[in-house]
Write a protein that binds this ligand. Structure first.
Ligand code: NAP
Length: 234
């Protein structure tokens, strides 16, 4: 029997992350559903296990550097590899601020969650992926971070997602000699706590491209920004 590919998802307890966990497990991955909240994460993982899916819960708050280190050591001890990392967890701070009024504290908090947590996770797991010469990393971004369409408002969130684009391209460039693909995805406007009830897509639709990018064959693009399974401008 071939060994299952192992995928970890941050912020897997709800929204798009939860649906990504479900769809990856349906595709045959062993899924590590992570959540910063113990109870919420356990409940989410139980729900998927009740659907007959191969899902395991680990607690992970991505703003905790010690937490990321512990998570890395646990994955290393338990599995010795990580094939897929989905950097999904993020915050969209309130109030939705303009550049002129955004509080520095709010910007720092957003960067800490949406960018620094992802950087540290990549720094831990990319060397392991290099060792195994295999990895797929998907960073959940947003059209609000797209420079081509950049407008006002959502200051901290926009800046964090644009920074995530740079991070993605840099890590992709530094891993280009391996079978490692690191890409960003705009999932669209999705009905979740973050997207709100007026959003136009379902979490199922939002999960399609991240899940698709998780198992692209060798030689497919790395360091790109995708929407609806197509490369879009940064
Ligand atoms: P969501 O429903 O608000 O869920 C966000 C998830 O991130 C939750 O599981 C939350 O955990 C987790 N999280 C936040 N801070 C965390 C931390 N420090 N450590 C660990 N987990 C943390 O958001 P979503 O709509 O599913 O969004 C998922 C991704 O898609 C995000 O990267 C978002 O920026 C992106 N996106 C969403 C939309 C949209 O319309 N929904 C559009 C474009 C991009 P708790 O439950 O503990 O809070």
């Amino acid at each position: 029997m071939t060994e299952k590919k192992l995928a970890a998802v941050t912020g897997g307890n709800r929204g798009i992350g939860f649906q990504i966990c479900r769809d990856l497990a349906r595709e045959g991955f062993k899924v590590i559903l992570t959540s910063r909240d113990l109870k919420k994460g356990q409940d989410a993982a139980e729900k998927l296990k009740d659907e007959g899916l191969d899902v395991k819960f680990y607690q992970l708050d991505i703003i905790s550097i010690d937490g990321i280190e512990n998570f890395y050591q646990t994955i290393l001890n338990d599995f010795g590899k990580l094939d897929v990392l989905i950097n999904n967890a993020a915050i969209l701070p309130e109030p939705i601020s303009s550049g002129l009024s955004a509080e520095l504290q709010e910007i720092k908090k957003t960067m800490e969650t949406n960018v620094y947590g992802t950087i540290v996770l990549c720094q831990k797991f990319i060397p392991l992926m290099i060792k195994n010469n295999y990895g797929r990393i998907v960073n959940l971004s947003s059209g609000l971070g797209q420079l081509k369409e950049m407008g006002g408002g959502y200051f901290a969130y926009r800046v964090s997602k644009t920074a995530l684009h740079a991070v993605t391209k840099i890590f992709a460039s530094e891993t280009s000699h391996y079978d490692i693909q690191i890409n960003c995805v705009d999932p669209g406007w999705v009905k979740t706590d973050m997207g709100g009830s007026g959003a136009t897509s379902t979490p199922e639709e939002g999960a399609v491209t991240p899940v698709w990018l998780s198992s692209r064959p060798k030689g497919e693009p790395s360091g790109m920004f995708y929407k609806d399974r197509k490369i879009i401008d940064w």
